[in-house]
Design a protein. Structure first.
Length: 174
């Protein structure tokens, strides 16, 4: 009886320790360089963490620049960090951002920003929020080579095929 109770206690301890380790692995770990600004969500409902420039940057019209943040992240295993533009910068200044951070990357997170405006430069000041880091879980399925794929209504129709003239979308949005 005592040995069964001891085994049960050991099993409970191992399971509890495993759950603690799993929870720890699920956290986003952050390290800040000397000129970095802390990342944070603007509101509880924000999808991403605001990322700030760690130095001043000027982006001429029609070009891109890599904006350093001084932020280093360790994302949970089986996740990805999408770097996306902040809607205000995109709509008001023509700034376009996109990047991917793999879970095993440990370098300075840099924001690849493109200035879509044909005539105005974009001036980024140190400390200005320039992008959002949106962390998502990844599907870790394996690949299987097949001779045929399941048929769908869309089939091989690509770009524009579900739009106004594509006929695959109902007319509720038109």
């Amino acid at each position: 009886m005592e040995s069964t109770l001891l085994v049960l206690l050991v099993v409970m301890l191992v399971v509890s320790l495993g759950l603690i380790l799993l929870c720890e692995d699920a956290k986003i770990k952050v390290k800040y360089g000397p000129r970095a600004f802390p990342i944070a969500k603007a509101t509880d409902g924000s999808a991403g963490y605001d990322m700030c420039a760690s130095e001043d940057v000027v982006i001429p019209p029609g070009t891109y620049r890599m904006i350093p943040t001084g932020v280093y992240v360790q994302l949970p295993r089986f996740s990805v960090g999408d770097l996306v533009h902040r809607s205000g910068m995109n709509s008001k200044q023509g700034a376009w951002v996109y990047g991917t951070i793999d879970s095993d990357f440990r370098g300075d997170v840099k924001i690849n920003m493109f200035n879509m405006d044909p005539s105005e430069e974009i001036r980024i000041k140190r400390g200005e929020a320039v992008a959002q880091l949106v962390v998502k879980e990844l599907h870790q399925g394996s690949l299987r080579v097949v001779d045929k794929l399941k048929e769908t209504k869309r089939g091989t129709n690509g770009f524009g095929s579900t739009g106004r003239n594509g006929g695959l979308r109902d007319s509720r949005c038109l």
